[in-house]
Design a protein around this ligand. Structure first.
Ligand code: AMP
Ligand code: TRP
Length: 334
């Protein structure tokens, strides 16, 4: 993976509207999107059809979708420049997913770690759907419909992008050159932000609230969560030598403060965990303040947001339908 920022490429990524977004989503994914959107053609999707692969509440889903859309804009996605749309508004996604599933090897599909993890979390075997199993094929369709070169995601999505590449290569070999082969783009420092309650697990919105910091958490909640975050037994602030819990907190501090590692190590050399945590909470609160203000403004009035999503849908449909048409033709469907 190259460390250089890509330019003049097509970028595609998406987030599921399955709960509040947290600082892991921001640092692992959205922050990279913002950095990429100016020099590239970027497309950002709210992947609602992925969110319905596990049990969910249809009454709250519409709000969750608008929450994610508002998060994109408040975080800095420019809807005038980048395309922003809702996955279920472009039917080419599910249609291409079916076509790709005809060449998806069952063996590879059975090795998807996210499927295994998500199925384990479900209460009964009956709740594990076929859609949860075939989810990576839908993700491949999302990416391949847009001639995507680069997919900025967190580390946990690497395996899905590997599968997307395999499906594209197979399809091209079998039916003729149709799809661009995409590359993952994974941030070096915040690819995997860990849980505040257990530093061996990634920060996840499906775990207990104290384990993550939501982008919409109030300052007092942020202070409380950081104060109760687990630390390691010895007090050393070192990016190389600290235990996993402190390393994680240091990584979060680095990402939000923009400071260099050495500078941070020096800053806290003689400080206690308590002092470090106060500085960390202050930094997160200050960084999120402008985001939260913008988010609340956008979310209080949906008309503008719906207009943006409608425009995004039309632009996305134009690109996706052309690719789908070509794929069907190459497969011999008339
Ligand atoms: P999800 O919330 O699973 O839909 O993830 C949305 C995006 O955020 C994906 O690109 C994930 O890889 C990224 N992401 C989720 N959790 C984390 C985390 N703890 N650390 C870094 N990136 C994450
Ligand atoms: N599977 C991704 C996640 O859980 C979300 C996603 C769906 C996605 N389709 C995508 C990410 C296409 C990047 C590109 O985070």
């Amino acid at each position: 993976m190259s460390t250089e920022l890509p330019s003049n490429k097509t970028i595609f990524s998406g987030i599921q509207p399955s709960g509040v977004l947290h600082i892991g989503n921001y640092l692992g994914a959205i922050q990279q999107w913002i950095a990429l959107q100016d020099a590239n053609d970027a497309i950002f999707c709210i992947v609602d059809e992925h969110a319905i692969t596990v049990p969910y509440d249809p009454k709250t889903l519409p709000d969750r979708v608008l929450d994610v859309a508002a998060t994109y804009i408040a975080a800095g996605i420019d809807p005038e420049k980048s395309i922003m749309f809702i996955q279920s508004h472009v039917s080419a996604h599910t249609e291409l997913a079916w076509l790709l599933s005809t060449i998806a090897p069952y063996g590879n599909m059975s090795r998807m770690t996210q499927f295994k993890e998500k199925s384990k979390k479900l209460s009964s075997k009956d709740a594990i759907s076929l859609a949860l199993f075939s989810y990576p094929v839908l993700m491949a369709a999302d990416i391949l419909l847009y001639g995507t070169h680069v997919v900025p995601v967190g580390e946990d999505q690497k395996q899905h992008i590997e599968l997307t590449r395999l499906l594209a290569e197979r399809f091209n070999a079998q039916f003729g050159e149709t799809f661009t082969i995409p590359e993952p783009y994974i941030s070096q420092t915040s690819a995997r932000i860990m849980s505040l309650a257990d530093a061996t697990k990634k920060m996840s919105k499906s775990d207990a609230e104290k384990s993550y910091i939501a982008l919409t958490d109030s300052p007092s909640v942020i202070r409380k969560k950081i104060a109760s975050a687990v630390t390691d037994t010895d007090t050393a602030f070192s990016f190389a030598k600290s235990g996993p819990a402190v390393k994680n907190l240091l990584a979060i501090y680095k990402a939000f403060s923009g400071k260099e590692e050495q500078e941070i190590e020096k800053e806290f050399e003689k400080k206690t965990y308590k002092e470090f945590k106060t500085a960390l909470a202050d930094t997160i609160i200050a960084s999120l303040e402008p985001f939260q203000k913008k988010y609340n403004d956008i979310r209080s009035e949906d008309t503008e947001l719906r207009l943006i999503l409608g425009k995004g849908m039309h632009r996305a449909q134009g690109i996706a339908n052309a690719t789908l048409h070509q794929a069907k033709k190459n497969m011999g469907l008339i």
